[in-house]
Design a protein around this ligand. Sequence first.
Ligand code: PLP
Length: 402
Amino acid sequence: MKDIAINENYVRLGKVRSVIRDLFEYGNAVRAREGADKVFDFSLGNPCVPPPEELNAVLRELIETCDPVTLHGYTSAQGAENVRRAVADYINSNFGDNVTADTVYMTCGAAAAIVITLCALCNPGDEVITFSPCFPEYGVFAGQAGAKLVAVPAKEGTFAPDIDALQNALGAKTKAVLINSPNIPAGVVYSEEEVSRLCAALRAHSQKLGRPVWLVSDEPYRELVYGDTKVPYAMNFYDDSIVCYSFSKSLSVPGERIGYVAVNRRAAREEDVYAAVCGAGRALGYVCAPSLFQQAAARLLGKTSDVSVYAANRDRLADILRGCGFEAVTPRGAFYLFVKSPEPSAAAFSERAKSYGLLLVPGDGFGCKGYVRIAYCVSPQTVERSAPAFAALAKSYGLPRI
Ligand code: PLP
C-alpha cells in the first residue's frame, strides 16, 4: 500500500496538529476528568460574547418572510447581488468610495477570503510578505497559491510594523504584502502614519518593478478596538489593494463561515483581478457562501456583539499579569495578549503553565519565539478566577510582584 500516490503535501498538512488545537483538546480532557473549574482556557480565539440580539430577530424574519427555496438555495457564485450591494454601500459610506457590488465576493470567513485572494494574485515562485508574529495559517494560504511567505519581524517589544525592514525585504519576486490590523497575536493597530509609510514604500517598489505590488488587508478584528483607537482603512491609502473581511469576530459567528473579499475599484486591471478572485473561488470550491448568513450579514453591517466585555477582560488581565511581574504589550485591538516568557523556551513556559491549569499558546507558531499568546475572549469570571494561578506561576519563576 506504500506506493499509492496521493498528495503528500496535504497528508503532511492534515497530520501536523496545531499547538492551539492540541491545547484546546487538552483543556477539554481536563474539564471532563477534573471539572471545568480546573482549567483556564486561553487557547482559542472563539468569541465568548453572544451574537447581538438583532441576529436572532433577523434570522427569524428571513425564515418567516423569504421564499425558502431562494433563501436556502444557491446564490450567484460570487454572492447574492443584494448582499454585495449592501456590503459595497456600507464600505463606501463608512470608509471611502472604494468598491462596487461588482468588486465584492462573499466567502466562507476570512480564511477563504485570504486563500482566494492570494491564489488570484500569485503565480508559482512569487513572494508574499507579512509582519511576524502573524496568523499561522498565512504560510498555508500562501503555499496553496504557489507562493512563499516571507515574514518580516515586527519591532521588538512593541510589535509595531517595521516599515524600514519591510522596505529591505521588497524584491523582484514580491507580489503582495499581507497586513493584519488589529492584529494577532499582539493586538497591535497600525497608525495612519505607519499605513502611509508602508503604502509609500509599496508605491515606490511598484514603480521600480513596473507592476503593482498588491496590498492585502486581513481585517477580521476591524471593530474590536479599545478606547479612541482608529483603524485606518487600507484602501484609502493604496489603490492596488484588496480587503479580506470576516463577520466571525464582530458578530460572534465564527461557525457560520461568512466574510468577503473586496477589490479596490481603482486597482490596476480591476476587472481582471475580480475575475481572478471569482476564478480562484471557483477552483477552490468556495462558491456561493452560506446563503442564509449572506442575507443576515447584509442586514447587520456595522452591528457588533458586546465588545465591551473584551475591553474589561483586557484591562483586568493586564493588571493581573503586570501585578505578578509578567511583561506584555497592552493590546489596542483584537482579543489577545502577547506575554514575554520568563524563560527562553515559550513551549517550556506553556508546559509549566498547564500544571497551574493555564492554557497559553507558545508564540513560535506565530513566528515569534519567547512569547505566549493569551486569548482573552473568555468570560470575565474565568479571567478573575485565573488570578491566583497566574500569581502561583509567576512565583514559581521568582518574578517580582508589583
Ligand atoms: N485572519 C486572522 C488574523 C485570524 O485571527 C483568523 C481567525 O482567527 C482568520 C483570519 C480566519 O477567520 P475566519 O474565521 O473568518 O475564517
